[in-house]
Design a protein around this ligand. Structure first.
Ligand code: OGA
Ligand code: NI
Length: 363
């Protein structure tokens, strides 16, 4: 992943949120308190019962392509990508053990003493390691979250010094998990291609050796969830993102739909998938990379394991010819190199969908 000149960035003192609540459980330092219009109030689930993100059943997509179940589920998928930019997948075929094992080591990692975690620091301006990413100034507000991020694939983006030796099975479990998630992403991209009337291999062929990174987000409970933000609003720079929420997780993830923050209710054994900026550009805006954020709660910590899947850095990205029509659907994004977008993304703070301005053709 890209690096910025470290010396030029001053981030001020960044409190480790887990340590903060150990020493002062009822205090929220100024640097975490958001302006009134930026606060993350958790909306009641009940007001949104009619407003769930779609659920796609992958077992139906394993059926022959002429089967009604298959065709119906592809339709659901295409509507999810167009109208929501988010969906949950069930019956995804990843063994429960694999999902549980990654959650276990991630939890154990965050529960280690700070000195141990500090052996894998996220340096200012970099995005791998333990700490807070996307901080670029001393007065920038902080998220109520500790993060641990690693480049996974291809091996050239790995920083082996940041792969922890403890917990003992961390690396092994992450390798196994990442292989399964990679297969899932390839499968989903096939279905997404079919849903766009493209040939199945369209994305796979274009992406080359895809880039895969993981970020584990640990949100400790907060005495004043109404004042803070777990993770600032943003869209993902990836092509696809796969988000796993810890078992029995509280609601935390919210997506912006028709100007309302809609909570994503955790379903047992489901994974949350979202369309990243790259697919939005490739589909000329037909499939949306939707703004989302995470909020905290008073009672319980929340852990998410998030995989970002993207084209190789060398790949040229631009709206696909099949989805552009000069008369009826003119091209909305310029062409660029994915590595340049990736660098742009990680060198700016998270701010809604602002990062996509990089690619927009303004008229
Ligand atoms: C992310 C993200 C949401 C969550 O890591 O990009 O959107 O609930 N996470 O952790
Ligand atoms: Ni995200």
């Amino acid at each position: 992943m890209a690096h910025l000149p470290i010396s030029s960035i001053r981030v001020g003192k960044i409190d480790d949120v887990q340590e903060l609540i150990k020493s002062k459980p009822n205090t929220v330092p100024e640097r975490f308190i958001r302006e009134a219009n930026e606060r993350g109030v958790l909306v009641s689930h009940k007001t949104h019962l009619h407003h769930h993100i779609p659920v796609v059943d992958l077992s139906k997509l394993s059926k022959p392509h002429t089967d009604d179940d298959f065709l119906f589920e592809i339709l659901k998928l295409s509507q999810a990508c167009e109208d929501w930019g988010f969906f949950q997948v069930i019956n995804h075929g990843i063994e429960v053990g694999v999902v549980e094992d990654i959650e276990k080591v991630a939890k154990e990692f965050f529960e280690m003493p700070l000195e141990e975690k500090k052996k894998y620091p996220m340096e200012p301006g970099t995005v791998q390691g333990y700490g807070q990413a996307f901080i670029f100034s001393e007065d920038q507000k902080l998220d109520w979250c500790n993060m641990f991020a690693l480049g996974v694939h291809p091996p050239s983006i790995r920083n082996p010094k940041l792969w922890p030796s403890k917990p003992a099975r961390f690396s092994e479990n992450l390798e196994g998990y990442s292989k399964e998630i990679r297969k899932l992403c390839k499968r989903l991209l096939k279905y997404i291609a079919i849903s766009l009337d493209l040939k199945e291999e369209r994305f796979e062929e274009m992406f080359g050796e895809a880039v895969q990174a993981v970020r584990m987000n640990y949100y400790p409970p907060c005495s004043r969830p109404d004042l803070v933000m777990g993770l600032s609003p943003h869209s993902d720079g990836s092509a696809l993102t796969v988000l796993q929420q810890s078992k029995n997780s509280r609601v935390g993830l919210q997506i912006l739909k028709d100007n309302t923050w809609v909570p994503v209710l955790p379903l047992p054994n489901a994974l949350v998938i979202n369309i990243g900026d790259t697919i939005e550009v490739l589909t000329n805006g037909k499939y949306k990379s939707v703004e989302h954020r995470a909020v905290t709660n008073r009672e319980r910590e929340r852990l998410t394991i998030v995989t970002f899947y993207a084209p190789n850095y060398e790949v040229k990205i631009e709206p696909m010819g099949e989805l552009v029509d000069d008369e009826t659907n003119p091209c909305k994004y310029r062409s660029y190199n994915h590595g340049d977008y990736s660098y742009h993304y990680v060198s700016n703070k998270l701010q809604g969908k602002k990062s996509l301005d990089f690619a927009k053709i303004l008229n």
